[in-house]
Ligand binder design. Sequence first.
Ligand code: THU
Length: 131
Amino acid sequence: MNTVWARLVGEAADARQRAYAPYSGFAVGAALLAADGSVFTGANVENASYGLTLCAERVALAGAVAAGKREFAALAVVAEGSTVPCGACLQSLAEFAPSLPVILAEPGGPPRALELAHLLPKPFTSREKLP
Ligand code: THU
């Protein structure tokens, strides 16, 4: 694990501390490394309606894209059980970085790196993007 990825895992662990998860009790933190070296973090944000819950990964992605970033180098996710991002998050990430390295870790545990294309080999695509 290189030092940049190790730092990213640390940022995801910090973000996890800010999760708002009073309904599931399952806190998730994410840190998305943009190609220019900037890092965008996210935590899950739950809601009384349940269905409005935002996943940590998409919070990080939305923050990055809203800040003008569209190229990404790695994503770190920290949660109990080193859980793999859900399908909705994988699809959202694949929009920008189909072969993104995804680093998964438990709080304080050893990270493991996978590739987004391995986790979601056939993302949904429709037609060409408009020019
Ligand atoms: N969650 C994430 O933040 N990321 C995922 O990829 C899957 C699940 C959150 C949503 C909810 O707040 C909690 O984990 C339990 O599902």
